[in-house]
Design a protein around this ligand. Sequence first.
Ligand code: BTN
Length: 327
Amino acid sequence: MQNRIEIKDLMSASAASLFACLADGRVHSGAQLADALGISRQAIWKQIETLRETGLEIHARPGRGYQLARPVEQLDKNLVNSLVKSPAVRATVVGAVNSTNQSLLDARASHGQALLAETQLAGRGRRGRSWISPPGSGLYVSLAWDFDCGLTRLAPLSLVVGLTAAKCLRQLSEAPVTVKWPNDLFIQQAKLGGCLVEVSGAAEGPCRAVVGIGINLFPNRAMSSVSQAWTTLEDHGSGPGRNRLAAALLDGLASALEQFEADGFAPFYAKWDPYDALAGLPIRVVSGQKVMIRGTAAGIDRHGQLLVRCDGRIKTVAGGEVSIRVS
Ligand code: BTN
């Protein structure tokens, strides 16, 4: 169904409403919650367990009720839309969805349609990996964008998205966010977030992108299953509220994508170096289990390809199915 977003709320409606009730961080009695949600106290207890399974820390206060270990600023569609300056962007907020990227793709969302979710039940990462998305602990946002320039010119788009997200995060927090080529968001060798850019359309004509960004804001137990070093924005000082951050990212993306279509990659290439997480580091370029190149990261070229110094020569690496490991 073109231009309409049909969201199936997969975390049960009760669990999502319960999360909303608890978000203020105060103690809520079982009776009060049961009343507010119109379900039994037994059902409240079950939904509390469902929320705990997502990694949320919820204290049971004997004789008093339940309390979220930390208050959460809930995503608010009206607030996000009032903070966004770009006339092209319209944001929708949902409690739970499989993947914000997938929802926009399935809905063939129109230009400028953005989707934010409190939690993703099947969040997707690059190269077929999953993206753990516990409620209230991160930001999960996607934006649909149309281009007329053709897929061929979109090759460096994922770098544009990573660079724009890192720039926004630096402007709104004290965190020294960098980009690990092509678009992982890093702070001091630990992953803060990532970007998933999915494109379709004509090689030389109209095409469309769904751009998704996931950022770890607060620690959550569920993250302990992540194999690589990770960090959260909170670990690096107090960040902005989630709604303000979402609006800034959407605005930043809208103007970057407009500039990219008009001027190509050149203005972004010029800004890359201070954000380069890999510069000068010994790296391995890996495809599947196979090490393709070993060398020293030496920045990017004008097309957004990674440069690797190897036996005194420079090799270029295009985006796609490779991953970069720091040796
Ligand atoms: C990666 O580093 O592997 C990319 C992670 C991208 C995660 C975001 S969260 C919002 C959007 N929806 C998804 O399913 N994935 C992206």
